[in-house]
Design a protein around this ligand. Structure first.
Ligand code: NAD
Ligand code: DAU
Length: 331
């Protein structure tokens, strides 16, 4: 199998590449990644360059990526602008990469008759109320709230249209909030861990009651692998591990695991349009494809991630400085 991974130098894409590298030693892996502020070659530095070919390219440039689509059997499409807060400051890169970039991938897939797996998010469904017994299912109507989630929803719709109108061989997955090593410090969990390491207080948006359904990125990657090997073309699969937690609960777990007082955090201004709750019903991928998550104990997973950030300050120190300048609107 020759596999092309877009966004393979990012948080989840690099985790997926590492999974394939170790679990499918006969597969030939090519990564295309633009190396935006979120892409980092250090995420894949431990992998043998003879087995993992890296190409710096922008998916918005069809000519730059078509050659690689043609040379591979399957494209697994992770590349995206992925942070909601950035999309509220400047939506344009989201429109370009998430919509135009996905269009280019789809046209390459159509032209060379290749298989596609498109990686998406549960945010396309909008949000649930805090005490709603319902979870998102593959049939939940799309209702995105932010520029980020609207562009991801648009990209999913393009994939569905190309499946129906042009008969391309594609699957889609929508996953919940990931945590794990190598996650950019702009995101909630690494931001709080690194704030504490740097001697500042974690920052809770609004009242902190918003709920996210946390999954370890290793489990997201194994779900994507199950879909590309056993999934039915044309289908959408939801990936999640039944792990709903309020942001306040997560901050207090981090504080406890790092030996701090449970009230040692600060409330900051809420995110405009802040989605209340996400929750995934993953019964389809479990029942139809036999996928099972590995990380059942969130506190243990969180503790491992805290230790990774403590031990890998070199990896995050520079991006931390830049990120906090951005959050403080200094740049
Ligand atoms: P990330 O921001 O860490 O990584 C994105 C990667 O894409 C980076 O390496 C970046 O350089 C690359 N990229 C961005 N624009 C590009 C372009 N125009 N051309 C080529 N490469 C480009 O994101 P992530 O958190 O790893 O998310 C990966 C995918 O998974 C995204 O599609 C995201 O929507 C989806 N997703 C993320 C989560 C989550 O919790 N992080 C959950 C569900 C789904
Ligand atoms: O649900 C999947 C989505 O999860 C992915 O599609 C996105 O790519 C990914 O970024 C993530 O989106 P969220 O907006 O949920 O993640 P974020 O880490 O930005 O925030 C998680 C929650 O924590 C959210 O309710 C906002 C809150 N928050 C965030 C930050 C950065 C805080 O309370 N304080 C913070 O400093």
């Amino acid at each position: 199998m020759k596999i092309l991974v877009t966004g393979g130098a990012g948080f989840i894409g690099s985790n997926f590449v590492r999974l394939i590298y170790y679990e499918r030693p006969n597969w030939v892996i090519t990564i295309v990644d633009k190396l935006t502020y979120a892409g980092n070659l250090n995420n894949i530095a431990d992998l043998d360059k003879n087995r993992v070919k890296f190409v710096k390219a922008d998916i918005c440039n069809a000519n730059a990526i078509n050659k690689f689509i043609k040379e591979n059997d399957i494209v697994v499409h992770f590349a995206a602008e992925s942070h909601n807060d950035n999309s509220l400051q400047n939506p344009y890169p989201f429109i370009k990469t998430n919509l135009l970039g996905t269009y280019n991938i789809l046209e390459g897939i159509r032209k060379y008759n290749k298989r596609l797996h498109h990686v998406s998010t549960d945010e396309v469904f909008g949000d649930l109320s805090l005490n709603d017994p319902k979870k998102f299912t593959p049939d939940t109507p799309y209702n995105p709230s932010s520029p980020y989630s609207a562009t991801k929803a648009g990209a999913d719709m393009l994939v569905r249209a190309w499946i129906r109108s042009f008969g391309i061989q594609a699957t889609i997955s929508n996953c919940s909030n990931n945590y794990g090593p190598y996650q950019h410090v702009e995101k909630f969990i690494p931001r709080q861990i690194t704030e504490i390491i740097e001697g500042r207080k974690p920052k809770l948006y609004g009242n902190g009651l918003n709920i996210r359904d946390w999954i370890h990125t290793d489990d997201h990657s194994s779900g994507v692998l199950a879909i590309i090997e056993k999934g039915i073309v044309g289908e959408t699969y939801l990936i999640g591990t039944n792990n709903e937690k309020s942001n306040k609960e997560v901050i207090q777990m981090i504080l406890k695991l790092m030996g701090k007082d449970l009230n040692d955090y600060e409330h900051v201004s809420d995110r405009p349009g802040h989605d209340l709750r996400y929750a995934i019903d993953s019964s389809k991928i479990k029942n139809d494809l036999g996928w099972k998550p590995k990380y059942i104990d969130f506190e243990q997973g969180l503790n491992d991630v805290i230790n990774w950030y403590i031990e890998n300050k070199n990896w995050w120190e520079y991006q931390k400085h830049q990120t906090e300048l951005k959050y403080n609107k200094i740049i």
